[in-house]
Design a protein around this ligand. Structure first.
Ligand code: UD1
Ligand code: CA
Length: 476
């Protein structure tokens, strides 16, 4: 794009009544990002001299959700005059007085537009020196959108909202995508003349189009080739549809990059996740937030990874993991629960029915079955026997367990933190370890077993157990 300055105004002040939600509509996420976040990501990629976001409904919540990720955006508060026209007006008033470039208006609830479409829209607008250029699309089901009414020669005459449309107008299938470029001066002039005289009592931005035409100013339109990219989200049905379209795009992107996705329909990948070539994703797998997966790893089936880092050739199946690091060639699952702060070393193993949290597990160490490992540092080459548990919480504080290299614990060991097991130490089955174990020692805490002969026949006469015991004694 060359020439004029560009300001981008993102409309995000509406409540989104049709969502029926406590959360403002524009903050509902798809692909791990709020709707308006997608719009701002695209706006940032396009680049502009000014990016303004108009807020009103739950403005603090909307601002808080966006400031960190979009530091260039300026937030502008809409007053109590309702409507998209008023929203744009307050934003324009915040631009430098001498700003006479182009204004690109985007809707916070139209999240799927791609940067190329916007660039073409702005370029086309400049090429024909239009006063306004709008993006339209032909939809099979245009319900809910404003309809584009054209003259007999095909030029755009005006936009009519669904609620103001006659039957004939409502039958038009070309819709207004809610995305426009205006020349700043022309927009200022016409907005000053927009009234609230319509079915919704709002200042419609769309009225500017007919005012420009009435003033004999040139209005152009681009028809979007990819209709899905113009989807506007007003309710939860459309939210799910847009989420699906976005996910299809993301999955296809990674497939082109060399990732095998067995079942795209049940694979969900967030916008900011990243997968290396030769990763295989099995069905029903969710790869969320900024998860990164290295070459050759196999993920799934039935796995959710949130903000995780997975090393080369690791295998992670039927697992729920958040903010965990899984080393190269490590194996995790099935039925493992990795909570934040889990760091599993290369070639390590977290097996069936194991929960971990805040636990560093060294290279080649194994936690194969039925364990809880929390607030622990586990060295290399360690084997925690089945059902080894860290008792890390004394009802008041959390304490750390340290297990040095090459330790093997017996089944059902309880490690009562704070406690340290020295290098190469072992524990007997069922040990409750309350004191540090020196390197190379065997820790036993279970009392020697005592068998009281004849107890069952004496105390449980007439039961199946007593009868069986009696029979086995006779057989001897
Ligand atoms: C709007 C258009 C419609 C178009 C559709 C495309 C108008 C009058 N209508 O209708 O022609 O087909 O988008 O998706 O513009 N907003 C504000 N302040 C307000 C009202 C809305 O900032 O006072 C924001 C909303 O947060 C939303 C966007 O503007 O992000 C669109 O508002 P919405 O109420 O969804 O408009 P639609 O009825 O969908
Ligand atoms: Ca809308």
């Amino acid at each position: 794009m060359t020439g004029n300055k560009l300001a981008i105004i993102v409309l995000a002040a509406g409540q989104g009544t049709r969502m029926r939600s406590r959360l403002p509509k524009v903050l509902h996420p798809i692909g791990g990002r709020p709707l308006v976040g997608h719009v701002l990501t695209t706006a940032t990629r396009l680049g502009a001299d000014h990016i303004e976001v108009v807020v009103r409904h739950e403005r603090d919540q909307v601002v808080a959700a966006l400031t960190e990720d979009y530091p260039d955006a300026v937030f502008v508060d809409q007053d109590d005059v309702p409507g998209t026209g008023r929203a744009v007006q307050v934003a324009i008033d915040r631009l430098p007085e001498d700003f006479d470039g182009d204004v690109l208006v985007l809707s916070g609830d139209v999240p799927l537009l791609e940067v190329d479409t916007l660039r073409a829209l702005v370029d086309g607008h400049r090429a024909v020196s239009a006063a306004a250029t709008l993006l339209t699309a032909h939809l099979d089901d245009p319900r809910g959108y404003g309809r584009v009414i054209r003259d007999s020669d095909g030029t755009v005459q005006r936009i009519v909202e669904q609620k103001d449309a006659t039957d004939d107008e409502a039958a038009v299938t070309e819709i207004n995508a809610g995305v426009y470029v205006f020349r700043a001066g022309e927009l200022r002039t016409q907005l000053a003349r927009v009234t609230q005289d319509n079915a919704q009592g709002e200042m419609y931005l769309t009225t500017v189009i007919e005012l420009l035409r009435a003033a004999d100013r040139p209005v152009a339109a681009e028809v979007a080739a990819d209709t899905a990219s113009t989807f506007g989200i007003n309710d939860r049905i459309q939210l799910a549809e847009a989420g699906r379209v976005l996910n299809d795009r993301i999955v296809r992107h990674w497939q082109r990059e060399g990732v095998t996705v067995i079942d795209p329909a049940t694979t969900w990948i967030d916008d900011d996740a990243s997968l290396a070539p030769d990763v295989t994703v099995l069905p029903n797998t969710h790869i969320l937030r900024a998860t990164t997966i290295a070459e050759g790893a196999i993920i799934g089936p039935d796995t959710t990874l949130v903000g995780c880092e997975v090393g080369e050739d690791a295998i992670v199946r039927r697992t729920d993991a958040s903010f965990a690091v899984i080393g190269a060639e490590a194996t995790v699952g099935p039925f493992s629960f990795l909570r934040p702060g889990t760091v599993l070393g290369a070639r390590g193993k977290i097996g069936a029915y194991v929960e971990t949290k805040n636990a560093e597990i060294g290279e080649g160490s194994k936690v194969p079955h039925l364990s809880y490992v929390g607030d622990a540092t586990i060295g290399r080459g360690v084997n925690l026997g089945a059902s080894t548990i860290t008792a890390n919480y004394d009802d008041v504080n959390k304490h750390r367990t340290v297990v040095e290299d090459e330790v093997h614990t017996g089944s059902h060991t309880t490690l009562v933190a704070p406690v340290r097991l020295g290098a190469g130490a072992k524990t007997g089955a069922g040990a409750v370890v309350r004191k540090d174990v020196p390197a190379g020692s065997l820790a036993m805490s279970v009392a020697p077993q005592r068998n009281i002969e004849g107890w069952v026949e004496k105390n449980r006469a007439g039961t199946g157990a007593a009868d069986a015991a009696a029979r086995s004694r006779v057989a001897e």
